[in-house]
Write a protein that binds this ligand. Structure first.
Ligand SMILES: NC(=O)c1ccc[n+]([C@@H]2O[C@H](COP(=O)([O-])OP(=O)(O)OC[C@H]3O[C@@H](n4cnc5c(N)ncnc54)[C@H](O)[C@@H]3O)[C@@H](O)[C@H]2O)c1
Ligand SMILES: [Zn+2]
Length: 704
């Protein structure tokens, strides 16, 4: 019988399986040993997926050493090996809600439970770092090891000891803490914050070294060092999420584990929760996904675990993963593709940005065809060439960016990228200020800058001129009808009729749109001027502080930097802008055309509905700056402070919140995201429109 079935497997399948295994082994080595992958996780997962499907179809092909049956990689050379008393396994993963529901059903089938009986799960953020085990004997840290191949880990005890949050000795930190067990193997994830990751990569790039692909590889690369001094220099941290072999104490539930470890001094992620059924676990995935970008560390999903540890026993494990847990992942943020060409884009301020033209690639469901290459130094230091395979990242709201070239894939046909010395549009010689990485076209009448300046001026959150899009802006600049935005207000219907495709009606509409825009607010006007470093929020802030254009024009560096939220760079740029004669002429011309600013709101009009409430803001908000948010709270009778204590009623959490967020969670203070904060105001009867009319919605400035 086996003889016969073996014959049935087509030779190309046998060949493909062999090829896949070789390839996966290579990538495992790059990832687990070198901490330097050459494909993205999503691409790696696709290879694993293909292999798993083939093995499922032809089970005779499964061998115990297939990557589908094994975890990680054996300890690397130079590290002492540490056997794990209980194996450290991987996790099955799911991308779709349906797979999560099937996971829950499968467990009930396995346990012979009725289908409608809810199972309790713990839900935890899946930290994107590397797994480690800490062995404590009589409360003292005896050894710390990486996961390795699941059975044998690498001894990194001395490196782990450099991480301040890892206790060298367990203690009872609370009255109701159980006695410290005589032995406990604690498991957790060592990770690097996004901030530290960014810093380390910037340093590496400046030194012309290959950067880490992501914080996970950076954490692994920093911990798996033969010299603990290297580890000590990198800021690493740890979240504990479980226990392995334990003597002298028996946990009954995973939730008890998560509740007890902190009482012994071990850090557990404060966002862990108990879900009473699978639907709540799915809901948690949505919640965490929403705040994913605001966390100071990278997460790639959530981990769902059956809460009852007695059920863990009954469910048991498969070759490489337990049956009682599931990683419910988020959309991937990286992929690799080929760099086809580089174009140089001239922005409104003359900055020349290298933009990569890519072989289209899907990342998290979106096709990416262009990505920023940042600046010349980035290209030079990383030695990026046309034709290179590159790692591309598209995370959150940020513009897609090239992370690094994958030099391993070079064929020798790649071409160097030449950064232009002259503006690709007007031919002016580019200039670079010392200390800056950006080349700029100094020519004010540069076509590209002109078009972009007009487009920016007319855009919805600036002067909001209807009917003035890219094509019209191009035609106006092309026909030399406008040099600066001020010229718009002096054009007549007949002039517009000279534009391609413009008859009387269209020309009149455009003219009316321009007329209408004359009634505006100081904030919109300042934003429309396109002063470097003055985005919408900053423009609004300036408008509120100075209340008049004249006063702002007269402001000194010191006046400006005294305003919270205005840094020296912005202040310098503002002063220089208004000092410039051409700009002065343009502003004069705009005002002469009849531009007027609406009167600003009277403060007394606001009801004191937040009286008695104290707020803390952390992270970036979208609708207003943190300073503005504090001002709103104060105007409404509330208190806004900077430090989280028990006296605080709400912590409002924006993007990339700081440690205040963690502190709020640990103190159990109610947190609100921005929407919830706005809703709270609304519920208190605050006419947000009225307050916000001065604070138009902040939009992202995008490259493309
Ligand atoms: N790009 C490449 O070349 C390459 C190569 C190999 C592996 N990989 C990637 O590595 C991953 C597979 O690695 P894996 O086997 O370590 O699995 P995994 O990282 O997907 O899941 C298991 C791990 O999750 C971690 N984890 C984080 N929070 C946890 C929590 N609260 N509870 C339990 N565990 C938690 C633990 O470290 C655990 O070992 C895949 O994403 C794969 O794409 C990529
Ligand atoms: Zn130019």
């Amino acid at each position: 019988m086996p003889e016969e079935t073996r014959k049935e497997i087509p030779p190309e399948i046998v060949e493909r399986v062999k090829k896949l295994r070789e390839e996966i082994e290579y990538h495992n080595y790059r990832y687990y040993v070198l901490d330097s992958p050459v494909i993205s996780d999503a691409e790696y997962d696709a290879l694993m997926h293909e292999l798993r499907e083939l093995e499922a179809k032809y089970p005779e092909l499964i061998t115990p050493d297939s990557p589908t049956q094994r975890v990680g990689f054996k300890p690397a050379e130079g590290f002492k090996e540490v056997p794990h008393r209980e194996p450290m396994l991987s996790l099955d993963d799911a991308m779709e809600e349906s797979e999560v529901i099937e996971f829950d059903r499968r467990i009930k089938r396995f346990l012979n439970l009725p289908e409608n009986m809810p199972i309790e799960y713990t839900v935890e953020p899946k930290i994107d770092g590397l797994a480690i085990e800490l062995v404590y004997e009589q409360g003292a840290l005896r050894v710390g090891a990486t996961r390795g191949d699941g059975y044998l880990g690498e001894d990194v005890t001395n490196n782990l000891k450099t991480i301040k949050t890892i206790p060298l000795r367990l203690r009872k930190f609370s009255e109701d803490a159980p006695e410290i067990p005589s032995r406990i193997d604690v498991r957790g994830e060592v990770y690097m914050t996004k901030e530290e990751f960014k810093k380390i990569n910037e340093e590496r790039i400046a030194r012309k070294e290959i950067p880490f692909a992501n914080p996970r590889n950076a954490a692994a690369g920093s911990l798996r060092q033969l010299d603990p001094q290297v580890t000590a220099k990198r800021k690493l941290d740890l979240f504990c999420y479980g226990v392995g072999y334990t003597e002298g104490y028996t946990f009954k539930t995973q939730w008890e584990v998560l509740q007890t470890l902190p009482k012994w001094g071990l850090k557990v992620n404060p966002m862990v929760k108990l879900a009473s059924n699978i639907e709540e676990a799915i809901q948690y995935h949505k919640e965490i996904q929403r705040i994913r970008d605001t966390l100071p560390y990278e997460i790639d999903g959530i981990v769902i675990k059956v809460n009852d540890l007695a059920l863990w026993e009954r469910l048991g494990t498969k070759a490489r993963s337990p049956r009682y847990a599931l990683a419910y992942k988020f959309q991937p943020t990286q992929s690799t593709t080929q760099l086809i060409d580089v174009v140089f884009q001239v922005g409104r301020t003359g900055a020349v940005t290298p933009v990569a033209i890519l072989k289209p690639v899907k990342i998290g469901g979106v096709v990416v065809e262009r990505a920023t290459l940042h600046n010349e130094d980035f290209i030079k230091n990383l030695d990026i060439r046309i034709g290179d395979h590159v790692l591309v990242q598209r995370a959150g709201d940020v513009i897609p960016e090239i992370v690094m070239p994958i030099k391993e894939k070079r064929t020798g046909q790649e071409r160097e990228i030449h950064f232009p010395t002259h503006c690709p549009i007007c031919g002016s010689k580019l200039v670079k200020k010392s200390g800056e990485a950006v080349w700029r076209c100094p020519n004010r009448s540069c076509y590209a800058q002109g078009v972009r300046r007009i487009m920016h001026f007319a855009s919805r959150n600036a002067m909001n001129i209807e009917g003035l899009g890219t094509k019209v802006a191009q035609a106006l600049v092309d026909k030399e009808m406008v040099q600066t935005p001020a010229d718009l207000y002096y054009l007549k219907i007949e002039d517009f009729m000279k534009l391609p495709g413009f008859a009387y009606k269209k020309a009149k509409n455009l003219r009316d749109g321009i007329e209408k825009s004359k009634k505006t607010t100081l904030g919109r006007f300042l934003f429309a001027l396109g002063i470097r470093h003055v985005g919408e929020a900053m423009a609004q802030l300036l408008a509120e502080r100075f209340k008049s254009l004249d006063k702002l024009i007269q402001a000194s560096m010191a006046d400006l930097t005294a305003i919270p939220g205005v840094g020296p760079e912005a202040a310098k740029s503002i002063v220089e802008f208004f000092r410039d004669e051409e700009n002065q002429r343009m502003i004069e011309k705009l005002l002469q055309a009849g531009i007027t600013f609406e009167e600003e709101e009277k403060e007394e009009a606001l009801p004191k509905v937040l009286e008695g409430l104290t707020f803390v803001f952390t992270g970036a908000l979208r609708s207003f700056s943190r300073e503005e948010a504090k001002e709103i709270v104060t105007k409404l009778g509330g208190k806004a402070t900077d430090s989280v204590s028990r006296n605080v009623n709400y912590v409002v959490v924006g993007e990339e919140p700081g440690s205040k967020y963690q502190k709020a969670l640990s103190l159990g203070i109610k947190t609100l995201n921005e929407e919830e904060f706005l809703k709270l105001l609304e519920e208190k009867g605050v006419n947000l429109e009225k307050i916000m009319s001065k604070k138009t919605e902040r939009t992202k400035t995008t490259l493309f």
